[in-house]
Design a protein around this ligand. Structure first.
Ligand code: NAI
Ligand code: MG
Length: 365
């Protein structure tokens, strides 16, 4: 059997810096655990524009469609701000998401105990927190028609349309239930079925998918506004939350910040299952290319490292190995390892990107 395949797109700014540490960790899995990947590396974003005149070459797009998973660093930077919208670095990432049809966006909110003081909430409310928000990513109010700014009598009217088909709800619900089975078997679906017809349909379809194919998973429903309150009041009541594009945009940012720094946050975007049963998948840190610290060896590589851990769990069925990597990260943080973004007011000398990579590798050993 051939090795699972991974396409690495480091991108711009701190992307290549944090990805270099992930490359070392991938090497560790080969050397020490006998888990080998067929890794190919290619260009995305500004660096692809510099080389090919497009932020994503067709050959790169074709590769992304073939591999088992894509791991991306970050794209963009001030150098490209003046470019035409059609060739901006971000368009490379958007094209990947669109053509791979990555409809299920996974945003974990996980609190490492050593960083619980970073939260704006009380320590006992966030310590040990580990929840996953599944946001529908390719439909809903950001895409629905009609949309635009129109003239109506003497004034203008701005219109966006919340629109969901049964099949769009069905597939993201399935993705959430599959995920819950790899976690703590609990899903809470959030909408506004009290005031929106799209919410009524959402609730009905999620319930149907559950009853027919996932009766073993515990399902509850909550209005999204109440959900926002519950997320800040007692977030540990949740395991997987599934919601639409708009509510998911807000709730995933809210939940992520319960737990601290941008340099710590991984994400995954999943699509339909491929012939081998694995979902189309793109893993990336939530942060951008951080031009203010790029090239200085200051970036925290943990968000990108944890994105690879998500790939191990959700693309490669290596949940135990993902937990091994997450535990290593937890250990280095507990031992006091800190890049600059994780330093509190007390000061001290921060670690470099490579030193944090060294620490995680040492903890893996
Ligand atoms: P950003 O996430 O790049 O940076 C925001 C702040 O967080 C900066 O102060 C940065 O130094 C810090 N930061 C981010 N990641 C860090 C890490 N791993 N370690 C330590 N500190 C970290 O967002 P910003 O500044 O709004 O955007 C910069 C560029 O990145 C823009 O061109 C933007 O379009 C692009 N961008 C790309 C994204 C992507 O590739 N998915 C997402 C967000 C922004
Ligand atoms: Mg957002």
């Amino acid at each position: 059997m051939s090795n699972p395949s991974l396409l690495i797109l480091p991108g711009d700014g701190i992307g290549p810096e944090v990805m270099a540490e992930v490359r070392r960790i991938i090497g560790w899995y080969g050397d020490k655990r006998g888990i080998h990947f067929d890794v190919t590396e290619d260009l995305v974003g500004g660096i692809a524009y510099d080389t090919h005149g497009t932020p994503l070459h067709d050959d790169t797009m074709a590769k992304a469609q073939e591999v088992d998973a894509v791991l991306l660093g970050a794209v963009g930077g001030p150098k490209y701000d003046a470019l035409d919208f059609s060739v901006k670095p971000e368009r490379g990432l958007l094209r990947l998401r669109k053509e791979m049809d990555l409809f299920s966006n996974l945003r974990p909110a996980q609190c490492f105990d050593a960083l619980a003081d970073f939260s704006s909430l009380k320590k006992d409310i966030v310590a040990g927190l580990d929840i996953m928000i599944v946001r529908e990513l390719t439909s809903g109010v950001y895409f629905g028609e009609p949309r635009g700014i129109f003239k109506e009598g003497n004034e203008r009217v701005g219109i966006n349309t919340q629109r969901y088909t049964e099949s769009e709800i069905d597939r993201v619900a399935r993705s959430a239930f599959e995920l819950a089975r790899k976690r703590n078997n609990k899903v809470c679906s959030m909408e506004k079925a009290n005031v929106m017809e799209s919410g009524i349909l959402w609730r009905e379809v999620v319930q149907k998918v559950h009853d027919e194919d996932y009766p073993d998973v515990e399902l509850s429903h909550m209005y999204a506004d109440a959900g926002a309150m519950q997320l800040t009041r007692w977030p540990k009541q949740f395991d997987v939350i599934v919601t639409d594009n708009l509510f998911g945009d807000l709730l995933s940012d809210l939940a992520a910040m319960l737990t601290g720094s941008l340099g710590m946050l991984p994400s995954a975007s999943l699509g339909a299952p491929m012939a081998n049963g694995r979902p189309k998948a793109l893993y990336e840190p939530v942060h951008g290319s951080a031009p203010d610290i790029a090239g200085q060896g200051k970036a925290n590589p943990i968000a990108c490292i944890l994105s690879f851990a998500m790939a191990l769990r959700y693309s490669f069925d290596q949940g135990d190995e993902a937990a091994r990597l997450e535990t290593a990260v937890e250990k280095v943080l507990a031992d006091g390892a800190r890049t600059a973004d994780l330093m509190g007011a007390e000061g001290g000398t921060p670690m470099s990107t490579a030193e944090m990579g060294d620490a995680v590798l040492a903890a893996l050993d």
